[in-house]
Design a protein around this ligand. Sequence first.
Ligand code: FAD
Length: 344
Amino acid sequence: MKESVSLQAFNTFGLRAKAHQIKTANNKDELCTYWQNAHEQKLPTLILGGGSNVLFTEDFNGIVIRNCIAGIEITEDEQYWSVYVGAGENWHALIEYLLEKNIYGLENLALIPGNVGSAPIQNIGAYGKELKDVCAYVDIIELSTGHVSRLTNEACQFGYRDSIFKHHYQQGFAIIAVGLQLSKKWEPILTYGDLSKLSLETVTPKDVFGSVCSMRTSKLPDPTLTGNAGSFFKNPIVDIRIAQHLKAEYPFCPQYVQQDGVKLAAGWLIDQCGLKGHQIGGAAVHMKQALVLINKDGLATGKDIVNLAAYIRQKVFERFGVQLEPEVRFIGQHGEINAVDAIS
Ligand SMILES: Cc1cc2nc3c(=O)[nH]c(=O)nc-3n(C[C@H](O)[C@H](O)[C@H](O)COP(=O)(O)OP(=O)(O)OC[C@H]3O[C@@H](n4cnc5c(N)ncnc54)[C@H](O)[C@@H]3O)c2cc1C
């Protein structure tokens, strides 16, 4: 009989999906060994960090390998701190650890759940800062051979919630470390939310950290209490003509001009469709933040969340002619599946 273990504690949606086995890799050799063993047994593998950006649509018929490679090494020169971080370190704990040492530059990205090794994959971002602004390089390993290579910031091809890791280096590769370069010349970014209330003259990195943490805890549901994966959909980027048309019809539609079009706020579009609180099975749209889908009473299935996401996508398209795409990665029984196809 096949082994079966619960993934509930390993995904922030708190879904009760199962896998054959869960392995914890504390170094790159273990990572390769677990992957190669699974490969020999012809079982699918999934490298997992904190499980805060995945949706298990059903049970996973394979081996989950948790990347828990630890370690933080700091060097410095006159201008920069260079920080080499193992992929299994917790992202928020890293920020706290560095701030305690008076090393700053990551505070706008505080309280984003998950591991350091996952941060480059979707180029995590919040409150005006993205990982790409501080990432010097990413170390990856080829799991069949143990060969390690280093990708420079440019080679990572970072974009909005995007990087090369979403298009290449998916099967058979894992991120084992991230190199950060933090400038000693602190330039606070105070553009968003309550940060704009802070004084540019007196503000400190710890002030920014505190303000970001309190904004996030007041706005976003805590995954340890209510299962969720943060923003479920990406903010859509549309052609300027579509944006102008929307603005004419909906003067309050938030719009942000980008190099490649105009970014709309997915949460606003969902909210305008009256979907806050909308529920399908155990899945619901969060009452305060329409972009967040929740596992309402801890009883939702992956299918409930898929059905709710499909309903939202359809309603937003009917009203605004805009197609939403999930930010969350969908994991089916054999591995990642196309999230857009799953909700179309
Ligand atoms: C409450 C909440 C708030 C959030 N807020 C934000 C936000 O403000 N900004 C933002 O950008 N994101 C946000 N997120 C999303 C999430 O925190 C990030 O995407 C985070 O980087 C995911 O990290 P993780 O370790 O949990 O990844 P996981 O969910 O474990 O994995 C995500 C994907 O990466 C792959 N993967 C993981 N580790 C590795 C590795 N070492 N090598 C190769 N592949 C790997 C997995 O197979 C999976 O496909 C939020 C999530 C929650 C729950």
